[in-house]
Write a protein that binds this ligand. Structure first.
Ligand SMILES: [Cu+2]
Length: 219
């Protein structure tokens, strides 16, 4: 009986907080709409847009693991964004063998030649930065992993658009990165104040993306 009362009390308290707008669960959450275009104004896919809170701690949300498979003699997806500490699996769905290798200082690793159906132990990316993944058997195969400390990130689709929501109010440094920038050129950057509204943000890169290499292109 006492327990039931406590539960009821807690429910009422939650409702009261919700009505008062003070519950953290119902805090204002802004929606940011992104559009990425190239030098000529054409939509750019595979742009990772990520928001880092300024003057606020990063949330301790859980890491979300990812998969980069080998399909039709390519890595899929081409670009993957993950939070620092996440794991990535590299399953091989091709008839051919692959040999996965990274030379990046952020995460150097190697998964020696393995065949279809084999799912090697996942790779843990424990430092932020950019990791380029190669196949040592097929020199056109390449994937990019962007390892981020912030959990607020999103990737543009073929229409060059992406949307980031559930951002708590505050100031954010927002960056946009594309694989053609590699790990040398800095991403585009701007600081925005996020409050309870939808904000469109347009990014224009000063280049035209280099098409992804493929076997059929003769590489
Ligand atoms: Cu390969």
């Amino acid at each position: 009986m006492k327990l039931l009362f406590l539960q009821k009390y807690r429910l009422l308290l939650t409702l009261a907080m919700a009505l008062a707008g003070s519950s953290p669960m119902l805090a204002h959450a802004a929606k940011l709409n992104f559009q990425a275009v190239d030098k000529n104004g054409s939509p750019m896919a595979d742009v990772v847009v990520y928001a880092t809170p300024v003057g606020m701690p990063l949330p301790a949300s859980e890491k979300i693991d990812a998969t980069i498979s080998q399909n039709d003699m390519q890595f899929s997806p081409y670009v993957t964004a993950i939070r620092t500490g996440s794991q990535v699996k590299f399953p091989n769905y091709d008839k051919m063998e692959h040999h996965v290798k990274s030379f990046s200082a952020v995460k150097e690793f190697e998964i020696k030649t393995y065949e279809r159906g084999v799912v090697p132990p996942p790779v843990i990316f424990d430092k932020p930065g950019i990791v380029i993944v190669y196949c040592l058997l097929h020199n056109w195969m390449r994937a990019y992993v962007l390892v981020l400390d912030t959990p607020y990130f999103v990737k543009t689709d073929q229409s060059g658009t992406a949307m980031l929501d559930k951002l708590p109010d505050g100031n954010y440094e927002i960056k946009a990165w594309h694989p053609n920038l590699g790990s040398i050129k800095p991403p585009l950057s701007q600081t925005v104040k996020v409050n309870d509204q939808s904000v469109p943000i347009k990014w224009q890169f000063d280049f035209v993306p280099v098409p992804r290499k493929s076997k059929s292109a003769g590489y």
